[in-house]
Design a protein around this ligand. Sequence first.
Ligand code: UD1
Ligand code: UDP
Length: 368
Amino acid sequence: MKILVCFGTRPEAIKMAPVCHELKKQGIPYKLCVTGQHREMLDQVLDFFELTPDYDLDLMKHNQGLNELSARILVGMNTVFDSELFDLVLVHGDTTTSSMVALASFHKGIQVGHVEAGLRTYNKKSPFPEELNRQLTGRIADYHFAPTQRAKDNLVKEGVAEKLIIVTGNTVTDALAYAVDKVSNKYESETIASLKKLVDSSKRLILVTGHRRESFGQGFQDFCEALLLIAADPSLQLIYPVHLNPNVQEVVFKMLSKQDNIHLIAPLDYPSFVWLMNQAAVIISDSGGIQEEAPSLSVPVVVTRDTTERFEGIDAGISFLVGTSTKRIVDKTSEILKRLDDFKGIKNPYGDGDAAEKIIAFISQELN
Ligand code: UD1
Ligand code: UDP
């Protein structure tokens, strides 16, 4: 069976790296294709996980629109499939790369395995466009690697045959374990050295990220307003690695760059970001992956989104859905800061670090 692993953005790369590592460990040949939907942020991940693409479509354009990006991916994948045919393509999650690579594979009669299948809000405007991307990929996929039982239940309700759904845990817990192990074992990096200088141990650290398209405009301004109010407390330090999307950069640098205890920095390579998460008292973020990683580090997450497909962390009492309302972000952050001990010892509901092993066991036993 000829396998192609394909991804395009930072989070997909982080979450598919363990799958690539497991394929290699089991001696199963595969090829790796990156669309290059992201560039710098993707390359940081490829470097850390020592992955070399066989195909790199190098598609990213500045401030790219969804339709042009989708079209470029379809055409680019067609070129790949014209040069080499595959029996199975593995895609991840809910990006434009995932849905368009799945569609391009379907058009060529190639089977699709969907990693991180079954997450749903059932609100196609939130997250936008990810909810529709994952539903489309789910309709196309032949095999569904669901991270949790809840994700499996969603797929079953949608009529997917149970035998085609494999509950594996989320591969992000595998990636995190790999990074934590490296960082705690003499991994040397100039970035971590400079973060050590930046982090003020006399203050509590709040780590911030934000990039969701549905929050652009007023939502992002309200979110920045909340960060300014939180930073009014001098006992806190905020560090915000700012996503490279120009719609994010413009607002964030305009509104936050003058506040002394808010540090706006470039996106971090994965081990540096993991190191910084470990130093944080609280994370304020709209990121999917961070909601899944933070429980392993006992760090609570204030989720600046109106909807979530990741209820498991909320049910476990370690993530808190507040939307982009300034008041709700400020109030929840201050409430959490008063009870940080409550988050120690919560089990990560998203996985145990063996998701890739389960995915590859299914592929090698059932499909080969
Ligand atoms: C994308 C995904 C989103 C995912 C996020 C993870 C879609 C529609 N969106 O959103 O689901 O949560 O990635 O971060 O698939 N840019 C760079 N360098 C980079 C990356 C981005 O300069 O390495 C800039 C470019 O101007 C690019 C823009 O950011 O055009 C937007 O990138 P894009 O991948 O379209 O959207 P994201 O907001 O990153
Ligand atoms: N991340 C990183 N560097 C950063 C910010 C985040 O490596 O500066 C990692 C983070 O640990 C998580 C992933 O990137 O694994 C999340 O990516 P993002 O928030 O861009 O996308 P999402 O998960 O929301 O799709």
